[in-house]
Design a protein around this ligand. Structure first.
Ligand code: SAH
Length: 347
């Protein structure tokens, strides 16, 4: 029965809600056909290529208070930092030499950078590395601000929707934040012309199978270029400190389902996945992921960008990270490519 559902998903990119639920909870002993179908799809679109994105965690200041996140405003124990433009350019310089052609600037919603500051950083990177893409991941902004970022040269934006179920959204965020606004931001980004990434955590507190179905349905509506998912991992200095972490198997099943529903999509095998299992990222690639995002942040600030506990690669120089990942990727039969890594919407 599972095999028929997988075949239907492979052929039509769609299945019913109940069928989705069955595949999300597919036991490991039955998961091989799902992995095989996802890999077949992945190879049709991306061969054995794995795209790399250089992640620059440039600020851990945040005005928001998301209940799951270690750098939430309410965490008074975290030491705050933000990088200067020169420090960010230095990270890009290191990254460029190592073969990165995409830089992802991620941070909390740090009010100390004006729109002009961000635009200046983006345009300086574009000027120095015209053959590279700049991705921003700095949260919810007005449409005008997003437009200014785009005009400055940022062409990609990552903004996980976190959950498409309003009640669940309210369980994860304070009242000042709303799913409606989060979704509107994604639509605005799309209409401006950004390549957009959405996504969610697997196993966030209060998440049900119905929530996950709603997440997939929302993604079908949005049709994003990138989908970021990873397991929820508790952080000791958050209200969710004692909640269980998300399941490896569920995350892998969801990666495979996403690959089959969105054959073209850029799908990272995330650091969070590598954190809950020593070979989590390799398993993610074998489940259908095609992107990895090694850390290019200066080593001395990494420990302060702890969204969750026990995050990996905290002490590694960028060069070490890429070498280690290159080997890991090779071990499971893929290869890292030096490429800007655009989405391939068709084969
Ligand atoms: N401020 C930006 C970047 C957020 S950090 C924004 O609002 O988009 C990037 C992602 O890390 C978040 O979207 C969230 O899905 C994930 N994340 C945060 N806390 C986490 C945790 N405890 N476990 C796993 N993932 C987490």
């Amino acid at each position: 029965m599972f095999k028929d559902i997988i075949q239907k998903l492979y052929e039509t990119q769609n299945i019913t809600d109940d069928e989705i639920k069955l595949l999300i909870d597919l036991p490991e002993s039955e998961a091989a056909p799902l992995r095989e179908a996802a890999l077949k799809r992945r190879r049709e679109y991306y061969g054995n290529d794995v795209f790399i994105r250089g992640l620059i965690e440039f600020s851990n200041y945040c005005k928001n208070n998301c209940y799951y996140c270690g750098i939430r405003a309410g965490n008074t124990q975290v030491e705050r930092y933000h990088l200067t433009k020169d420090q960010i350019l230095q990270c890009c310089d290191t990254g460029y030499t190592l073969g990165f052609r995409t830089f992802v600037l991620q941070g909390g919603e740090d009010l100390s950078y004006s729109d002009d500051d961000i635009c200046d950083i983006v345009s300086s990177i574009k000027k120095a590395y015209p053959d590279c893409a700049v991705t921003l991941s700095i949260g919810e902004k007005s449409k005008e601000t997003y437009q200014a970022y785009f005009d400055a040269g940022a062409t990609r934006y990552l903004l996980r929707h976190e959950t498409a179920t309003p009640d669940h959204y309210a369980h994860l965020h304070p009242e000042s934040m709303s799913l409606e606004n989060r979704k509107q931001c994604l639509w605005n980004l799309k209409s401006i012309g950004f390549q957009v990434g959405a996504g969610f955590m697997v196993g966030s507190p209060g998440q049900t199978l119905d929530c996950l179905v709603a997440d997939l349905r929302f993604l079908q509506e949005l049709s994003p270029d990138m989908i970021g998912i990873g397991p929820f991992i508790p952080h000791a200095q958050t209200p969710f400190a004692h909640e269980p972490q998300g399941s490896l198997l569920r995350t892998l099943n969801l990666l495979s389902i996403l690959r089959l529903m969105f054959p073209y999509v850029l799908l990272p095998s995330t650091t969070a996945l590598g954190t809950i299992d020593p070979i989590g990222r390799e398993l993610g690639l074998e489940a259908g992921a095609n992107v990895v995002m090694p850390n290019l942040s200066p080593v001395d600030v990494r420990k302060f960008y702890a969204l969750y506990d026990n995050k990996i690669c905290m002490g590694d120089e960028a060069a070490q990270c890429i070498r280690c990942l290159g080997m890991r990727v090779k071990c499971v039969g893929f290869r890292i490519v030096e490429d800007i890594g655009n989405v391939r919407r068709s084969v």
